[in-house]
Design a binder for this molecule. Structure first.
Ligand code: FE2
Length: 142
């Protein structure tokens, strides 16, 4: 029980409880697949992979969603951590509307509770951001 909040990988609780449920959501999986294809296009470019890692981090791992006016967690890194869940929904952390350029410009640390989160309106918003992720990434790498 004392290891449940944060485990060294492989962390089956994180994977099964955090990641698996949303794989039944079409827009979410299309987004997941979309960023995977972009990553494959840049697989030999460490800077591009670092930037795409920020998109992944602030959505799939640490994303928040506002549904019917209520702030909720959907990122697997939050869902599988009691401490991160409390932290993410508290007034002590920064919340920004999901914005591709802002996410690309946001570094993160993996060893602390997060200090900022990005909030989506819907999973469709993630999916429809794929063309902008492609174009902004191209722009940042040029
Ligand atoms: Fe994860």
């Amino acid at each position: 029980m004392e290891e449940l909040d944060y485990l060294e990988e492989p962390d089956m609780f994180h994977d099964v409880f955090g990641h698996v449920p949303l794989l039944s959501n079409k827009h979410y999986t299309d987004f997941f697949e979309g960023i995977s294809h972009i990553a494959l296009d840049y697989i030999d470019n460490p800077r591009a992979i670092e930037l795409l890692g920020r998109i992944y981090w602030f959505t799939i791992e640490f994303g928040l969603i506002r549904e019917s006016g209520e702030l909720k967690v959907y990122g697997a890194g939050i869902m599988s951590s009691y401490g991160e869940t409390k932290n993410s929904l508290s007034d002590n952390t920064e919340k920004f509307l999901f914005d591709v350029e802002h996410v690309f410009n946001s570094d993160f640390r993996t060893d602390i509770l997060q200090e900022r989160y990005f909030v989506i309106d819907s999973y469709e918003q993630l999916y429809t951001s794929i063309p902008e992720i492609k174009s902004k990434l191209k722009e940042l790498l040029s």
